[in-house]
Design a binder for this molecule. Structure first.
Ligand SMILES: NC(=O)c1ccc[n+]([C@@H]2O[C@H](COP(=O)([O-])OP(=O)(O)OC[C@H]3O[C@@H](n4cnc5c(N)ncnc54)[C@H](O)[C@@H]3O)[C@@H](O)[C@H]2O)c1
Length: 434
């Protein structure tokens, strides 16, 4: 596909200033684009304009402080949409309570764009959607006021791959795929990302193919994590340490990629995106079995953690009711403040239902914490359950467990040295190891 870098504008509007939109806004501003950001959340807009990050992320906090005044955030579409040549959609794509894809935020953002759409603009969708959404949902809404894609404006899809909390793979370094409709539109989108990234950009044959790439990536993770979670449960019956086995398998230099068991998967992507393909497949006469099973296995893992806690309490002839349990971590993964779809929330709700007395501590989301220090969370607990692999928990001296008179631990992330814990006279259970 011919690509040209000529038809590029210096003005960008990012719609949705969250985990995806904010790093993109910062990168574009750093690269010299004039950047505005549109969001429906007043707090987010106020934070960005004040040079503060609405998300607890050291890199973003520094970037937004450095770039203060260079990203104009607003809740008013009229202030930013019509004057920008490039509009990038980064709004959420959740599922509803029945796990059906909820495209309302994408539709609403597109309706807003349509009201202000100008000839010559380029619209790019970065939100994760099922294959066909940009063509079947986004394009008709954008064309609803009379302008025609490919003639009056251009449209492309370029999925975001950002990995919050990852210091190595930041936005600029992550390769991208993108797909458009016309050669011109695709080339314009390519030019935009080529100016932002120091990484390869692969042009797919269509937006639909690029959408499918993103879904494949997330389904791949969900299925592989489900596979090791199932193995972990099986190995618990066999008395085999799953982590040791994975380390062994990793010595094979080809054909193996490690995934690790845990309390389930969380965040806005992995536990959500497979449902987009499951639904799209069903509407088109295909019944996904593998994807559904992976979702089921991963969704059941919080209950498996509860079983492990029960096993630990049994050793001391205790039930859940009134047992003292320290919970370490609420967020869905380590070193981020995001609790969306976090399996820890399910574990906590279940423990509360069973009448356990909880001391919850998460240094990354203090609003979710019951206690304000690690020491308080550990103090004289019948069981300490580690649910998030924050560096504060991985790096803590394990002697603290003994000093706090902890009786047992359920290390649902398998991050502690089990032999060391046992040597302290504390019962150790992991997920797939003991
Ligand atoms: N979080 C991730 O790690 C990640 C990674 C890759 C892809 N994605 C995908 O990127 C998309 C965005 O995810 P996110 O994590 O940044 O979500 P987020 O919730 O952090 O941010 C979305 C922002 O969009 C705003 N918003 C919602 N509706 C809006 C509207 N109509 N107009 C303007 N603003 C609106 C919200 O207020 C919020 O600030 C999703 O499709 C997600 O699947 C997320």
């Amino acid at each position: 596909m011919p690509l040209d870098n000529k038809n590029i504008s210096a003005r960008v509007c990012i719609i949705g200033l969250g985990y995806v939109g904010l790093p993109l806004a910062c990168l574009a501003a750093r690269k010299g684009f004039e950047v505005s950001g549109l969001d429906i959340n007043n707090r987010t807009v106020e934070h960005v304009n004040a040079g503060k990050s609405p998300i607890a992320d050291k890199h973003l906090e520094k970037e937004l402080a450095d770039l203060k005044g260079r990203i104009h955030a607003t809740t008013n579409p009229a202030e930013c949409l019509s004057k920008n040549q490039i509009i990038v959609v980064c709004v959420p794509t959740p599922v509803d309570e029945k796990f059906n894809p909820d495209l309302e935020p994408v539709k609403k953002a597109c309706e807003t764009i349509a009201l202000h759409l100008q000839k010559g603009q380029l619209v790019i969708v970065e939100s994760t959607v099922y294959p066909g959404t940009t063509e079947e949902v986004v394009k008709p809404i954008l064309e609803s006021k009379g302008l025609v894609e490919g003639k009056d404006f251009d449209l492309a899809f370029c999925p975001e791959r950002v990995n919050p909390g990852d210091e190595k793979w930041n936005l600029e370094k992550i390769p991208r795929v993108l797909g458009g409709f016309s050669d011109k539109g695709t080339a314009r989108a390519h030019s935009f990302y080529a100016q932002l990234l120091g990484a390869p950009i692969r042009v797919m044959r269509s937006a639909r193919e690029a959408e499918a790439v993103k879904i494949l990536e997330n389904v791949f993770r969900d299925i592989n994590i489900a596979m090791v979670n199932e193995l972990a449960r099986s190995f618990d019956h066999l008395g085999i340490d799953t982590v040791d086995v994975i380390e062994g398998a990793k010595t094979k230099p080809f054909g193996f990629m490690p995934f690790y068991p845990g309390p389930g998967v969380g965040g806005h992507c992995i536990p959500v995106d497979p449902y987009y393909l499951i639904e799209k497949g069903m509407l088109n006469g295909f019944n996904h079995q593998f994807l559904v099973l992976a979702r089921k296995i991963n969704s059941e893992m919080p209950l498996y953690v509860i079983e492990r806690v029960q096993e630990a309490l049994n050793e001391f002839e205790k039930g859940f009711k009134n047992s003292r349990i320290g919970v370490l971590g609420v967020t869905y993964k380590g070193n981020v403040d995001d609790v969306r779809e976090s399996p820890a929330l399910k574990v906590i709700a279940e423990l509360q239902k069973k009448g356990a007395l909880l001391s919850i501590f998460d240094p990354w989301t203090t609003a979710q914490s019951h206690v304000s220090s690690l020491e308080e969370a550990l103090k004289e607990k019948d069981c300490v359950v580690l649910l998030t692999d924050h560096k504060e928990f991985i790096e803590m001296p394990l002697e603290k467990l003994a000093q706090a008179k902890v009786k047992s631990v359920v290390d649902a992330r398998n991050v502690w040295d089990k032999e060391k814990v046992k040597a302290l006279g504390i019962l150790y259970l992991g997920v797939g190891r003991k």
